[in-house]
Design a binder for this molecule. Structure first.
Ligand SMILES: NC(=O)C1=CN([C@@H]2O[C@H](COP(=O)(O)OP(=O)(O)OC[C@H]3O[C@@H](n4cnc5c(N)ncnc54)[C@H](OP(=O)(O)O)[C@@H]3O)[C@@H](O)[C@H]2O)[C@@H](O)CC1
Ligand SMILES: Nc1ncnc2c1ncn2[C@@H]1O[C@H](COP(=O)(O)OP(=O)(O)O)[C@@H](O)[C@H]1O
Ligand SMILES: [K+]
Length: 498
């Protein structure tokens, strides 16, 4: 699913109005219906609802929503924050329609700001995609009242005061519990710095022209199950293990053999035909007894990797989880990168080593997939001042080194050398515990080994990893979830695509 800028959404709106064709007031009605349907399914008619409107089309949506809720017997009070008589044409039409049912209360001074404590739900229709500057004065006071109310806040399209296409400095921005955004996700929603404003967010379809969306050029996408299902290859009836690839994973050190075990189990659950673990000698018995499906080649080093093995026969090689940064391990990594000519998967200490030996970046096989978490990424590229800058760094790094950068976190992003970036839509905070990343490395290596091209392996791996965790959370919750649970639910994640 494409992610569009505010400007692009405006163009798509305009195209839809002209070509469907549909009068803009009817398009607003459609948007308000979609929003209201969601509200009705989440809040009972006993709820006291305050709708706070600006005088643009976001406010127009708010007025239409208020009218629809009144029609469904909700108790609704509507407030329009006005600094002048200027308002959008569709706002004025909806103001007239609502006034015939229940008058809109005008807020023109600070004193006129309503007490919001008496309401259960506050609908935020102050500003949407037309936000053109930071919110100040009367509007800022209203935003502050909304945020102080501690009531459930649902934002229409975008939390008021949040810029969708660049960094928003802390100030007057609505802190929504829910944001229902129209038609396409907005870039700012994917960043941790905006989580407190956006809350839980959903995309609601308002029937904007698919053709117009197709025509918009965007580097940003959200991974959806529709996209993943198109990538997955079914198994053939007469397939044998040789058809599903051979992967080698170099992982583990004394005290960190768990990383290797997690990685191995995840690779197997993701469907690799044959898996070999290259591990220090101390990990040999551990791997052989905990993951009997995998073969094992012990390195000469007892506690950590010191060398490498013949890599040529493997369809994919993953390196990094739990390997440590000993000098001999640096050599081991360097030699494997130099020897293996196909794309690799590099994670964790593999990346920490590279950040201390920048020359390795220059020799990484093209389309290698690296999977840093933010701290590992910072070691590679340096600090950033906000999440939009982090995104730019990720994009540049992928381009410059011709690699795929999977930057992990909530909404993990997959940056391709082309400049395209795919944000994940699966996953939950239950994954924020040791070992979850090792599982991902195993999954992506497995997919690469099965013949998926690197771009596909990264996208499928990231999506399925989060989906497995979501399915695990449904059964066991987020708190008690451990990395092994994610692995255990990988098969069920695949079952969703049967
Ligand atoms: N047909 C469609 O297009 C559809 C659109 N839809 C809805 O419309 C929304 C976009 O509406 P919109 O473009 O009217 O902009 P909106 O966000 O309401 O605000 C603009 C007004 O606010 C003002 N303003 C801006 N910043 C300000 C500030 N900091 N402080 C004070 N004022 C500020 C700005 O003034 P100006 O910048 O011109 O000075 C202007 O007057 C979109 O999010 C969706 O909800 C849906 O109904 C589907 C169909
Ligand atoms: N709050 C969250 N929501 C969704 N996914 C998360 C969240 N926190 C962590 N994750 C996922 O869990 C994994 C953690 O990886 P990483 O930080 O490398 O952990 P470790 O090194 O312990 O294995 C990543 O894939 C990340 O995307
Ligand atoms: K809003």
């Amino acid at each position: 699913m494409k992610i569009l800028s505010a400007e692009q959404v405006r163009e798509v709106d305009k195209y839809t109005i002209e070509n469907e064709p549909i009068p803009s007031i009817d398009l607003m009605e459609r948007a308000a219906h979609a929003f209201t349907d969601w509200l009705i399914s989440h809040f009972s008619p006993k709820s006291k609802v305050a709708v706070i409107c600006g005088t643009g089309n976001n406010g127009g949506d708010g007025l239409a929503v208020a009218r629809m809720l009144l029609g469904k017997k909700y108790q609704v009070d509507t407030f329009a924050v006005k600094r002048s008589n200027e308002a959008s044409a569709d706002f004025k039409i909806n103001e007239k329609r609502l006034n015939e049912i229940k008058p809109v209360r005008e807020v023109t001074t600070e004193k006129g700001i309503p007490l919001l404590e008496e309401f259960d739900v506050i609908i935020d229709g102050l500003f949407g995609s037309g936000l053109s500057r930071e919110v100040q004065g009367l509007h800022a006071d209203v935003v502050e009242m909304i945020n102080k109310s501690r009531k459930t806040v649902v934002s229409i399209d975008i939390p008021s005061g949040l810029f969708t296409d660049h960094h928003t400095f802390p100030g007057a921005v609505v802190e929504a519990d829910y944001t229902l955004t129209f038609q396409v996700p907005k870039l700012a929603f994917f960043f941790p710095e905006n989580a407190q404003y956006v809350g839980e967010w959903y995309v609601v379809d308002i029937g904007l022209s698919a053709e117009a969306i197709d025509q918009q050029r965007s580097h940003y996408y959200m991974l959806t199950s529709e996209m993943i299902s198109k990538l997955l290859k079914p198994r053939k009836k007469f397939a044998h293990k040789g058809d599903h690839g051979r992967a080698l994973i170099m992982s583990g050190s004394y005290g960190k053999m768990g990383a290797a075990v997690l990685c191995a189990r995840a690779a197997l659950r993701t469907g690799i035909g044959l898996l070999t673990m290259y591990i220090p000698t101390c990990g040999y018995d551990i791997i052989q007894s905990t993951v009997p499906e995998a073969m094992a080649i012990p390195d000469e080093g007892d506690h950590f990797l010191t060398s490498y093995t013949d890599l040529e026969n493997y369809d994919a090689v993953g390196v990094g989880p739990g390997i440590g940064k000993e000098q001999e391990t640096v050599y081991s990594l360097m030699q494997s990168i130099q020897t293996y000519k196909k794309p690799m998967v590099i994670d964790a200490d593999g990346l920490n080593i590279i950040s201390e030996h920048g020359e390795m970046l220059e020799i990484l096989p093209k389309n290698t997939i690296i999977t840093p978490h933010p701290k590992e990424f910072e070691r590679l590229v340096g600090k950033w001042s906000d999440d939009f800058e982090k995104l730019a760094l990720q994009k540049d790094f992928a381009r410059k080194h011709d690699i795929i950068v999977v930057l992990k976190g909530a909404h993990t992003s997959v940056a391709l050398p082309s400049g395209d970036i795919f944000f994940n839509s699966t996953g939950n905070p239950g994954m924020a515990s040791g070992g979850s990343g090792d599982v991902l490395t195993g999954m992506i290596t497995s997919l690469l080994g099965q013949g998926y091209i690197p771009e596909e392996a990264a996208k499928i791996g990231v999506f399925m990893h989060g989906l497995a965790a979501d399915l695990a959370a449904e059964v066991i919750g987020e708190i008690g979830m451990v990395a092994t649970d994610i692995t255990d639910f990988i098969p069920e994640a695949y079952q969703q695509f049967k």
